[in-house]
Design a protein around this ligand. Structure first.
Ligand code: FAD
Length: 311
């Protein structure tokens, strides 16, 4: 159901030109697809964010947080309710003592990695080149090179569904492949919370050495991943730690498949790229074709790693 006009007015009164209605999500996702969000609010302060979460709860309205939109496939009818985006103001990175860094959720993940390198702090190099924000990376437990956020995360600060700020220690979190959740005893769903900040425990290392390692990793990324095309990175989860989805897709001749402007990258078979005017529906059709091809050849059902959201 569309957002009632009284709610639109209340959002306007609070956020002025930082709320937009029927905002196309194509502009906020790296796959460049997606219909409109009923309301799209850019939040610049913690106080505003707590107010907004409380207001949404009081009015029983759904919300969705968008970070860099680098892991999202938003469907063509868009997102009902309020999409919340953390502005660059919520992007502070700071050092505490010699080896602890904290970063607000709106900070760029690569910015955090470069900050760590500059301070001579090791542990985050695996994340260099993963696009998006710290908030998105934590929620996704983003990773590469056999490392992920669980290796370095110490704690997070969140806004819980009641709109209150909470500190959550690593021991209260469960990390899995591209996913972060609370331990069962906490009986709360992380999907209904906003991650505000992450605190990372790193180790001392010479900056020059970290930089050299980072350059090597970025070079491999450049060689193996398509540049210049709209994508959401690896589209499917690897079926297990020994088998890559990309290899299976390649062997199932997935690179021959396309639907409209949605195609499988020539360079990396696990990347679906939007070569121009693909719709979300085109990408979902291509996803099904790839799943069918891999199922037929290997009897393995690939599951999307990309988050599919909206109507
Ligand atoms: C070219 C390319 C390469 C990539 N390579 C990798 C890779 O090597 N490894 C890897 O793991 N991923 C990779 N990705 C995927 C993606 O970059 C990561 O998953 C990234 O961490 C997502 O961050 P984001 O800010 O864009 O999140 P979004 O895509 O905006 O959101 C992802 C999820 O996080 C939630 N979220 C975002 N911010 C918050 C917040 N503050 N609080 C609560 N929930 C939040 C969203 O609601 C959504 O559910 C790649 C993507 C691209 C386009």
């Amino acid at each position: 159901m569309a957002l009632q006009s009284k709610f639109k007015q209340q959002l306007k009164n609070r956020f002025f030109d930082r709320v937009r209605f029927d905002e196309p999500m194509t502009a906020h996702t790296t796959l460049r697809v997606g219909g409109p969000a009923d309301a799209f609010v850019t939040v610049t302060e913690e106080r505003e964010l707590t107010w907004l979460v409380q207001w949404l709860k009081e009015n029983d309205l759904p919300f969705f947080i968008v970070g860099g939109g680098t892991n999202l496939l938003v469907k063509d009818k868009g997102i009902r309710g309020v999409v919340i985006c953390l502005a660059k103001d919520l992007a502070t990175i700071s050092q505490h003592g010699s080896t602890i860094l904290s970063a607000m959720a709106g900070a760029g993940l690569s910015t955090l990695c470069r900050f760590a390198i500059k301070q001579g702090l090791a542990g985050l190099n695996f994340a260099l080149g993963i696009p998006g924000t710290v908030g998105g990376a934590l929620r996704m437990n983003a990773g590469a090179w056999k490392g992920d956020m669980s290796n370095v995360l110490d704690s997070i600060r969140i806004i819980n569904p009641a709109g209150c700020i909470e500190f959550v220690d690593k021991r209260e979190l469960t990390f899995s492949y591209r996913s972060l959740s609370f331990v069962e005893e906490k009986s709360m769903d992380l999907a209904s919370c906003v991650i505000l900040e992450g605190r990372f425990s790193l180790s001392l290392q010479r900056s020059e050495r970290l930089k050299a390692e980072a350059d090597d990793m970025l070079n491999v990324r450049k060689k193996t991943q398509p540049a210049g095309f709209a994508s959401a990175g690896c589209f499917f989860r690897n079926p297990d730690s020994r088998e890559s989805a990309g290899r299976l897709i390649d062997l199932a001749r997935g690179k021959d498949l396309r639907v409209g402007d949605a195609a499988v990258s020539e360079k990396h078979a696990n990347f679906i790229v939007n070569q121009g005017r693909a719709s979300a529906e085109d990408i979902l059709c291509l996803m099904n074709l790839i799943q069918e091809a891999v199922l037929k050849k290997f009897n393995i059902m690939l599951e999307p790693e990309v988050k599919i959201v909206g109507d």
